[in-house]
Design a protein around this ligand. Structure first.
Ligand SMILES: [Zn+2]
Length: 104
């Protein structure tokens, strides 16, 4: 079934693109695209994505005084008092529409 090869290639390509564009600018770690850390500077109203490998911070969102954050790239999340983070859609929006239309 060649279709699985194409699906595999498609997934691989998407992952490569995500990794390429999401890689850490400081150390080049592709893992940063898939497993970033999140920190908030609530007094400053800034939310950062942090490289877990080198610790590089990038200002990627706005956080309000209650800890809720809106990411510039789409999505939102919540910082808790203990510094942990939960998000509902990560750091990149994933379109979401997979309603399999007509496949020609
Ligand atoms: Zn890094």
């Amino acid at each position: 079934m060649e279709i699985f090869i194409f699906i595999g290639l498609g997934v691989g390509l998407v992952l490569a693109l995500v990794g390429f564009f999401g890689r850490c600018r400081a150390c080049g770690s592709w893992g940063h695209a898939f497993n970033p850390g999140h920190v908030a500077d609530i007094p400053d109203g800034k939310a950062f994505v942090v490289c877990k490998r080198c610790g590089d911070r990038q200002h990627k969102g706005e956080v309000s005084s209650d800890g809720s954050v809106v990411w510039m790239s789409g999505g939102s999340g919540q910082f808790h008092e203990d510094g942990s983070y939960t998000g509902d859609s990560g750091t990149f929006a994933d379109g979401g529409g997979d309603a399999g239309g007509g496949g020609e």
